[in-house]
Design a protein around this ligand. Sequence first.
Ligand SMILES: Cc1ncc(COP(=O)(O)O)c(C=O)c1O
Length: 394
Amino acid sequence: MIPIAKPLLGPEEVAAAAEAIQSGWVSQGPNVAKFERAFAEQVGASHACAVSNCTTALHLALLAVGVKPGDEVITVSHSFIATANAIRYCGAKPVFVDIQPDTYNLDPALLENALSTRTRAILCVHQMGMPCDLPAILEIASRHGLPVIEDAACGIGSEIRMGEDWERIGKPHGDVACFSFHPRKVVTTGEGGMLTTNNPDLDQRFRLLRQHYMSVPDTTRHASSQVIFEDYPELGFNYRMTDIQAAIGYEQLKRLPEIIGRRRELGSRYLLLLSEIPGLGLPHEPVWARSNWQSFCVRLPQGSDQRRVMQFMLDAGVATRRGIMCAHREPAYPFGTWSCEGGMDACGCGDGGCRKLWHSEEAQDQTLVLPLFHQLSFEQQNRVVAALAAALGE
Ligand SMILES: Cc1ncc(COP(=O)(O)O)c(C=O)c1O
């Protein structure tokens, strides 16, 4: 069976985890601080703050930029449900805008129409590792004085051209970028997340919020020769990463250039091989974007039965996944928990099946994610392509 993804973990990660365990400090501590410094340097950010996963990173980012109950946050429905859920954790309402059908990312042309007096932030996603159109989004945000949070869960190692320069996703270009280290991502710590920002005040807020707003961290109290009592001036959370995870993450970061090189090689090879299959839609990489190909997504020819194609490939020993989900179609998102473009009243679709999100819905129903991971051999990749061609030609 060719799996959909496989983390690249080796003896270096095993040794680093063992060392962390033997050090006697296994919760958030020196390894987290070391991982944060390496991560900030890797993406070119002034600050990086590690947390338990990307969902908690998104929650803290939204709280830190001031999202409150009753506010609206503009985002996409076409994303893992964590994106929209994080908005609802703040008591705010996600306002979904549609995606561009070729990049599967937020369509900036629809953004302005979705703004209302209640809009507090924009949460854009670099879906499947493909950078979204940040310059266009940032321009609209700055005109309306709105903070931009980047959901870069899948985006480590991807790059975007800003003016003349290629820059890493996470620099960040908005106010905050949030990353995931789930095993389906390019580098992993099992579970884990990171927030990057250039704003020291936001970074300080993340550090307090992730640890119950504890005024003096346990690491500082532990190292002090004086007795210190901490206090808790605001409501916070336990969203900490452990030192064992961070030790693994530090080793994973060293592998990043090699992993990205291999993924881009496999991505280019897929583009070439799959161009032979009639009617198949290939992912589009704009000239200003370099994807890490965290996921390689193809659009099935018109009339294909997505489930049948996936089953055929599974029977042929190739795992696939359906295209990215749409949060607004889930029972957890009954009409009213989210708003349509320009607010529910302006939209008027009224039935919870918002036709203004039709590119999102089509992408969910008509696309497949193919196996792509560091260890995937050319021979295995040929088998994936052959299985897809057979499934469609059948
Ligand atoms: C776009 C996006 N946002 C957020 C998340 C949540 O990440 P985590 O599992 O680390 O909480 C994911 C995870 O798949 C994701 O793909």
